[in-house]
Ligand binder design. Structure first.
Ligand code: PEP
Ligand code: CO
Length: 454
């Protein structure tokens, strides 16, 4: 055993994982290259600071009580090539614009979280992919291999773990610059939203934007400190999928002696890696970050209670977020029973709606897509269930981009099946484009404010 506390921690994490099943891990062909990459990561500085994770946990606790609302958004799979200044800026801009509208609708602070700066690994339903008779390893995210359908591109390369760290670091640096350097100024954000509303020609959105403008004028007249609104808190989150990336970035916080995964403020487990005895759940139980677990309509309430016992034994508000992704057609029947059981077990979890992953289908042209109306419908169902039970809908988790892509059907620009091929750029799931994201925010703001019955 090493005497370095982080080295000891990494040994403990690795040996705990070795005695459990870790789903969805790549088969790295060269163990020595893997060891070198992991050692390199272990020597790098943390990407986030433990104190920031603690702040975020408090924010998530406020959301669980209904005193804040969470907005998580970003790509399904970030790519290395996509980590450009313009892409990052436009994604941040989209999230900030949505957050401004949601803040007004919810009348509480919005906790802004990017599915960013680490969302480079994907769970896959099959280990291989076959095209025109050729079978290659599946694409598992830029952290593992390349999207190009060529034999050499699909070989898992552990140096990609290191590249992921550097891309995450550059992304996070720009996110911090944008959100603290004046770009996030609420007055700019409102101007951007006015621009959107003018072009959308939708009287409901116009009224809401007008009301926000009036509220801002009122605040200014009252002497509100707009200088303080030039900056905003912004957190980074991703699915903690690849243990070879998450373990070496987990560090002991010198203030508290506790372990934090410093690859992001918030990490979550997907629907496919949340098995109770698996290595992923064990890993999350060992870190102090605020954490999340995705739950489909198939989630067994008994399993969910066991997960709570394992991941949030102290029933600490803000520690555990349950992200439900049940599908527009299932949310009303599958969600209530789950919420009741969790509530009756005395857990104060933060409930977040992911209206994307239960609504995916294949278009007639063969594209993986989602219908904007289904997405809105699932959010509406989520709010309705919480309203009926008197529980708190804590936030929204969406796959989005700031770009003008054509990946999801519908929205006011009426993207049709036949339009998907025009700008279908995702390497994994279909994302809402900039306008669809803003429309969703306006519709959810109406639901939150009670202006339009949900
Ligand atoms: C995702 O968030 O991209 C994802 C794979 O989700 P889930 O685990 O809910 O299927
Ligand atoms: Co996805």
């Amino acid at each position: 055993m090493s005497t370095n506390p982080n080295a000891q921690l990494h040994e403990q994490l690795d040996s705990a994982a070795a005695s459990r099943t870790a789903g969805q891990q790549p088969t790295w062909p060269d163990p020595q290259a893997l060891r070198a990459a992991v050692a390199e990561l272990a020597a790098y500085p943390p990407l986030v600071f433990a104190g920031e994770c603690d702040v975020m946990r408090e924010r998530m606790a406020a959301a669980a009580r209904g005193e804040a609302f969470v907005l998580m958004g970003g790509d399904c799979a970030e790519t290395f090539a996509g980590a450009t200044a313009n892409n990052i800026r436009d994604r941040i801009k989209t999230v900030l614009q949505m957050a401004a509208v949601l803040t007004y609708g919810a009348s509480v602070p919005v906790v802004k979280v990017g599915r960013m700066a680490g969302q480079y690994a994907k769970p896959r339903s099959a280990d291989t992919e076959t095209r025109s008779g050729q079978t290659l390893p599946a694409y598992r995210g830029d952290m593992v291999n390349d999207f190009a359908f060529e034999p050499s591109a699909r070989v898992p390369d552990p140096q990609r773990l290191v590249t992921a760290y550097h891309r995450a670091s550059a992304t996070l640096n720009l996110v911090r610059a944008f959100t603290t350097g004046g770009f996030a100024d609420l007055r700019h954000v409102h101007d951007w939203n006015k621009g959107f509303v003018e072009s959308a020609a939708n009287s409901r959105y116009e009224r809401l934007a007008h009301d926000i403008g009036k509220a801002m004028k009122f605040m200014a007249a009252c002497g509100a400190d707009f200088e303080a609104m030039r900056t905003t808190e912004f957190f980074a989150a991703h699915e903690a999928l690849l243990l070879d990336y998450e373990h070496p970035l987990t560090r002991i916080d010198s203030r508290t002696g506790l372990a934090y995964d410093t690859s992001a403020h918030f990490i979550w487990l997907g629907e496919r890696t949340r098995e109770l005895d698996g290595a992923h759940v064990d890993f999350l139980a060992r870190v102090r970050n605020p954490i999340g677990v995705k739950l489909s309509a198939k989630a067994d309430p008994d399993d969910v209670l066991r997960l709570i016992e394992r991941l949030d034994p102290d029933r600490e508000p803000g520690r555990l977020t349950l992200i439900t992704r049940m599908g527009a057609g299932r949310v009303s029947d599958a969600l209530p029973g789950l919420i009741e059981r969790v509530r009756d077990a005395g857990a104060t979890v933060t409930w977040i709606c992911d209206p994307m992953h239960g609504n995916t289908f294949e278009s007639t042209g063969g594209y993986k897509t989602r219908n904007f109306d289904d997405i809105v419908e699932e959010v509406r169902g989520f709010f309705q269930v919480h309203r009926d039970l008197g529980t708190v809908p804590g936030g929204l988790h969406v796959e989005l981009t700031g770009n003008d892509v054509t990946e999801c059907i519908g929205g006011s620009t009426k993207i049709l099946d036949a339009d998907l091929e025009k700008r279908y750029e995702t390497v994994c799931d279909p994302r809402l484009n900039h306008r669809q994201s803003l429309e969703l925010a306006f519709l959810v703001a109406e639901m939150l404010s009670g202006d339009v019955p949900a």
